[in-house]
Design a protein around this ligand. Structure first.
Ligand code: FES
Length: 108
């Protein structure tokens, strides 16, 4: 079941972009170009997007407006990308982030 909103009482009918594939932790995931990466991941059933640096606590979408940083992941090798405000592009490689990410995580 697709959990994406298609009809909205204020915004009306929402258009979907082109159907594409992205890679999430090495596995293909269906997405629509232009939608937030977080939306594609949640539609695919993913709820844990990163683990905190010190306590390794799971984090996922919280604010969904780019303010809290709980949804940060590593995208195309760049850590700390807020997936709720980052648009899907075909073929992008998304990884669950551990700590501060691949480039700066000293806690691995
Ligand atoms: S969920 Fe808060 S910044 Fe993305």
């Amino acid at each position: 079941m697709d959990m994406r909103i298609e009809e909205h009482p204020i915004l009306g009918t929402l258009k979907k972009g082109k159907a594409v594939k992205i890679e999430v932790d090495g596995k293909p995931v269906d997405a629509f170009e232009g939608e937030p990466v977080a939306a594609a991941l949640m539609a695919a059933g993913k709820t844990v997007f990163r683990y905190t640096r010190k306590r390794k606590e799971a984090r996922g979408v919280f604010c969904a407006i780019g303010q809290c940083t709980d949804c940060m992941m590593t995208i195309d090798g760049v850590p700390n990308v807020r997936t709720c405000v980052t648009a899907v592009k075909e073929g992008m490689k998304v990884k669950t982030q551990i700590g501060t990410g691949e480039d700066g995580d000293t806690s691995k």
